[in-house]
Design a protein. Structure first.
Lengths: 273, 320
């Protein structure tokens, strides 16, 4: 900014931000105070006692450890799957010529508007017929399949600026279309592929509707958490720990990679200059 | 939601010089590279999964909506029966009203809050870094957890922040079972969801303000404009591209919202917080009326398509 901003500006924004995280702070404090104190309000200062009891006992009370492991598997495999398959498709759509290229591209990149609700009813029937309910594949297939709608667009947009000289040079040296992809385009497209990975990881870790419907025993964290967060469970401390465990991984990924997140958002929003 | 952020608008394709850098235009490069078998080989896994996860279910949802399917009873063809039933269903009409209220309010609240904060931040980018991250953090919380976090604010007992705050400020007579009252529950949800969704408009619009050319700002400053005047007359109008992207993304997100509603109110009390995206879940998977749920889903799909029509046109035109 040019010139000096009025002093009240950072103060006002700071006050808003403190106000903003109060509900979040409440969860953290509830998780480290005895529940007998926090039923009267987590903010009260008349009797201060900190305890990690909830942090230790929550694991035996709720299937959180199992949920964490399921979430790691689901988000990990789905993220890798999207990161591996997307670049090949984006490359083919951008640099190769084949029948129905533009039609397929238009269908795929416009599917990003589809809500998950549109796919769950038929998939539920299909998985039941195939015996895939409670199998991780029942969730991984829609996770990865739905991701292409935005991931291919993202990587293809990046390829718009890919120098043609590199491809032509490789071609003159005798590389075929597939080895051009593996040896020239792929090694030079790591940043959009990484962006796809971050977004897909966040999306899959936080997903609730699809695993809620298709998984029973192998439930990931958001599903486990949704099941224990009903209003009439008095274990506020345990549920606060569960809330933190559920969201800590995506929250950290978010905060660490927010620069890439903002940069990527801007790059595809058409206001790059 | 986040995925839409990165893909909401295509770059303008106007044959800019950068795409023709190699001397050879893209179309002729493609002709030169032409190899359909190789292309399909690279595309095969994507096409198979996309067909499985998107194409088949979307077509099938349309097809199912013409059938009367209840639990394990034998399905029978129903024509437009499900849609007529929806039209006559008082609950569904209520759902439409709730969805409109929910979508308009959450989008307006989150985008205007994000815009306002972003404009303030643009006056002092460096000192406001930490506050920005704090507000953005709310957007990074899983939506299911957002519901629970706000349960701690609205709960009716002594541990509920909102009622305690009212009591402490002498407004105790306004204390209320906020989530238990069908008139206030939807507003509780709107506030909670907008709280979480403000981070994205904030960061998108702030980025747009940082992309404004320094020359413009310097010129205004040299002409004697105060920082507040610069903000109002230069930064605010020039941040509009960011505002438009944020509006679209949050609108789409609100229409499909499910997680926060499921955890905070589960559609209640007396179905007062059911949006169409939740209604379809309830009808299909707790009442097992799959055909009826599919018909409701199509109503949601139509709403989504109307909202995204400009984006779809832009993407289709830009798909080269």
């Amino acid at each position: 900014m040019i010139g000096k901003a009025p002093r009240w500006v950072p103060i006002a924004v700071g006050a808003i931000s403190i106000f903003w995280i109060i509900p979040l702070l409440g969860i953290v404090i509830t998780s480290i105070r005895p529940v007998t104190d926090t039923v009267l309000g987590w903010w009260r200062l008349d009797h201060i006692e900190l305890t990690l009891r909830a942090w230790f006992s929550v694991w035996s009370k709720y299937p959180l450890a199992n949920g964490f492991w399921v979430s790691v598997q689901l988000a990990g495999v789905a993220t890798l799957g999207s990161m591996i398959m997307t670049p090949a498709a984006a490359y083919a759509f951008h640099f190769l010529k084949f029948p129905f290229r533009r039609t397929l591209l238009i269908i795929i990149i416009n599917a990003f508007v589809l809500p998950q609700q549109v796919v769950v009813i038929p998939l539920f029937t299909l998985w039941r017929q195939m015996g895939l309910i409670d199998n991780l594949l029942s969730v991984l297939i829609p996770y990865i399949g739905l991701s292409f709608a935005w991931s291919i667009f993202l990587v293809k947009n990046f390829l718009e600026d890919f120098p043609h000289e590199l491809i032509e040079a490789g071609r003159i040296d005798g590389t075929g279309p597939i080895s051009t992809f593996f040896h020239i385009v792929l090694p030079n497209s790591l940043s959009p592929i990484f962006a796809v990975g971050i977004l897909q990881f966040l999306f899959c870790w936080n997903a609730l509707l699809i695993p809620l419907l298709f998984l029973r025993t192998a439930a990931p964290l958001p599903v486990v958490f949704a099941q224990i967060s009903g209003m009439f469970d008095p274990n506020w401390d345990l549920r606060a720990v569960a809330a933190i465990v559920t969201t800590i991984v995506p929250l950290m990924v978010f905060l660490v990679f927010q620069r890439q997140f903002a940069g990527g958002s801007l790059a595809t929003s058409g206001s790059k200059e | 939601m986040a995925e839409v952020a990165l893909s909401s608008r295509g770059r303008q394709h106007d044959g800019s010089p950068s795409t023709e850098r190699g001397g050879r235009k893209l179309a002729s490069l493609r002709r030169w590279m032409a190899d359909a078998p190789a292309a399909y080989l690279l595309l095969a896994p994507v096409l198979v999964l996309f067909a499985f996860a998107v194409v088949y279910p979307v077509i099938q949802t349309v097809w199912i909506s013409f059938w009367d399917i209840k639990g394990l009873a034998k399905p029978r063809f129903y024509g437009l029966g499900n849609f007529i039933a929806l039209y006559n269903d008082a609950n569904f009409r209520q759902t439409i009203v709730t969805t409109l209220l929910w979508t308009v309010c959450t989008t307006a609240l989150s985008v205007s809050a994000g815009w306002g904060i972003a404009l303030l931040c643009s006056l002092a980018p460096r000192p406001t870094l930490v506050p920005r991250v704090m507000i953005f953090a709310a957007f990074g919380v899983s939506e299911a957890v957002t519901g629970y976090i706000w349960l701690g604010v609205y709960r009716p007992d002594a541990g509920g922040l909102l009622n305690s705050l009212l009591g402490a400020t002498g407004l105790g007579q306004f204390a209320h079972p906020w989530l238990g009252d069908s008139n206030t529950a939807i507003w509780c949800l709107i506030i909670a969801y907008s709280w979480a969704q403000t981070g994205l408009p904030l960061i998108l619009i702030f980025a747009a303000t940082q992309a404004i050319s320094r020359n413009v700002l310097e010129a205004a400053y040299v002409d004697g404009a105060t920082p507040m005047a610069i903000m109002r007359h230069i930064i605010a109008p020039l941040s509009m591209p960011g505002v438009r992207v944020a509006l679209f993304i949050n609108l789409l997100g609100s229409l499909r919202a499910f997680d926060t509603i499921y955890v905070l109110t589960a559609g209640g009390p007396v179905r007062s917080t059911e949006t169409v995206g939740f209604f379809m879940f309830r009808e299909s998977f707790t009442q097992f009326k799959l055909g009826y749920g599919a018909a409701a889903t199509l109503v949601l799909l139509v709403a989504v398509l109307i909202v995204s029509l400009p984006a779809i046109i832009q993407r289709t035109a830009g798909a080269r």
